[in-house]
Write a protein that binds this ligand. Structure first.
Ligand code: PLP
Length: 456
């Protein structure tokens, strides 16, 4: 079609050898992470019960580049570099003059971008002598990724999966167990945090915030156990930048640069991974790309939350993070994009949103699934529910270009496939899916419940 390639591939030798740290290039540093007791910035010792020093160092580093250790690169070679696709068939179906591209991370062992950081985190923990990692998972993608990564480095892996997703996606449990991990629905009666929620709400659908509390609690109680987070924190976003670095090389091969990049945001890691290297180019005056985050209307932390200090988890065990938040005890409706049901947004993404470096929009799930089905029928990949948000925004823009005649180059993060999310597609195709948009009253109530401490 059109003489242009459909897949833009890189050689294995072109896998990036360093991660890119946006903190080195920002015009202003983000606000510090605070200790909830003292309200002073946290130091490495505060984080040491949960994370190895190498990752704590990366969390606060301002070095522009951080070398990727060889054992991590060696595991990356199982699926990296990932392909960049030109969506010729979708373009044709839409009748748009826009040029649509998607960077596909569904080729990884877990089926999403999550192993890019899971492998790095498992490696640094194994190097530090840790024997077990605990974590939360929403959609199940992150839990699968960490179970896979732990298997690569001989670690045990224990996962708390948000109850709503655990019930919706039974095959994720089997996949995590196949990789050697252990999985519990959250809230569970295995932790004080879980028992407290169950006592008040026995039918709780769970939330990422609750599952984080459970995983953090267990890690904090055992010296040989650390906690791993699949999004939100600086070091997680850092590890994902291999996506954008590859995409830059791939665009250079076809002599183009994107005018617009759209990505879905749960905690912000796939979005950051794809966009931060492009943002580096923009900050250096080498591009004028527009960068747009897309979140669910049922959990609109960037577009409707407040920018305030809040806990990362529901029980209030984590340090205080300055971020766009709906309040740490906000429980989003059980939409099918489980990976986007997080009450807050990465502090780094929140900061660059405040600086005006990115835009944000919210989409309802029916529009997203419509986009996902359209994409599957043209491009042949069934997307995970999370990136259908990015696809919906991409299609919206492509149709706008149809009106204006603009030949805009649009890049989308297709951060995972939806092969284990088919029940959600079944619900959509049966006409049984409902839109869940959060009312202004519900948002006001959620935000009003922010703890006093959050006002500091
Ligand atoms: C496929 C997929 N996309 C996106 C997300 C959202 O996370 P993030 O915003 O960190 O990329 C998840 C989280 O579980 C996911 O599984």
């Amino acid at each position: 079609m059109s003489g242009q390639p459909t897949k833009i591939m890189l050689d294995e030798s072109e896998i990036p050898r360093r991660w890119y740290n946006l903190l080195a290039d920002l015009p202003a540093p983000p606000p510090p992470v605070l200790h909830p007791g003292t309200l002073q910035p946290v130091g490495p010792d505060d984080l040491a019960p949960l994370f190895p020093m190498a990752l704590i160092g990366q969390e606060v580093s301002t070095d522009r580049y951080i070398d990727i250790p060889e054992p991590v690169l060696d595991v990356y070679r199982l699926w990296r570099p990932s392909p960049l696709y030109r969506a010729h068939r979708l373009e044709k179906a839409l009748g748009t003059p826009a040029k649509l591209f998607y960077k596909y991370e569904g080729v990884s062992p877990a089926g999403s971008h999550k192993p890019n950081t899971a492998v790095a985190q498992a490696y640094y923990n194994a190097e530090a002598g840790i024997r077990r990692l605990t974590t939360e998972t929403g959609a199940g993608q992150w839990g699968t990724a960490l179970a896979f990564a732990c298997a690569q480095f001989g670690l045990a892996c224990e996962v708390w999966q948000v109850r709503a997703s655990y019930d919706q996606k039974p095959y994720r449990k089997i996949m995590i167990e196949t990789f050697g991990g252990t999985i519990h629905p959250s809230p569970s009666d295995l932790t004080a945090a879980g028992r407290k929620v169950l006592a008040e709400h026995p039918d709780s659908p769970g939330s990422l915030g609750i599952a984080i509390s459970e995983a953090v609690e267990v890690a904090a109680q055992h010296a040989d156990t650390n906690y791993a987070l699949g999004s939100v924190l600086n070091h997680v976003l850092l590890h994902q930048t291999v996506i954008g670095e590859e995409a830059l090389l791939q665009f250079a091969k076809v002599g183009m640069t994107p005018d617009l990049i759209v990505g879905c945001t749960g905690g912000g890691s796939n979005f950051a991974g794809l966009t931060f290297p492009f943002l580096r180019e923009k900050l250096a005056g080498k591009s004028d790309v527009t960068i747009r985050a897309v979140e669910p209307a049922a959990c609109p932390s960037l577009t409707k939350g407040v920018y305030a200090y809040d806990f990362g988890d529901t029980a209030g065990m984590t340090p205080l993070l300055k971020m766009h938040t709906l309040g740490h005890d906000f429980i989003p409706d059980p939409i099918h994009a489980g990976g986007l049901r997080y009450h807050g947004m990465s502090p780094l993404i929140s900061h660059i949103y405040e600086l005006g470096l990115i835009e944000a929009v919210a989409k309802t799930q029916l529009e997203c699934f419509e986009a996902g089905v359209r994409f599957a029928r043209t491009e042949g990949i069934v997307p995970a529910p999370e990136p259908t948000h990015a696809l919906a925004a991409c299609i919206e823009e492509a149709l706008r270009c149809k009106e204006t005649g603009e030949e805009k180059v649009i890049l989308t993060a297709l951060c995972g496939h939806g092969h284990l999310d088919l029940a959600a597609y079944g619900t959509y195709l049966a006409g049984e899916m409902v839109d869940r948009e959060l009312s202004d009253e519900a948002i006001a109530a959620a935000v009003a419940a922010l703890p006093q401490v959050a006002a500091h």
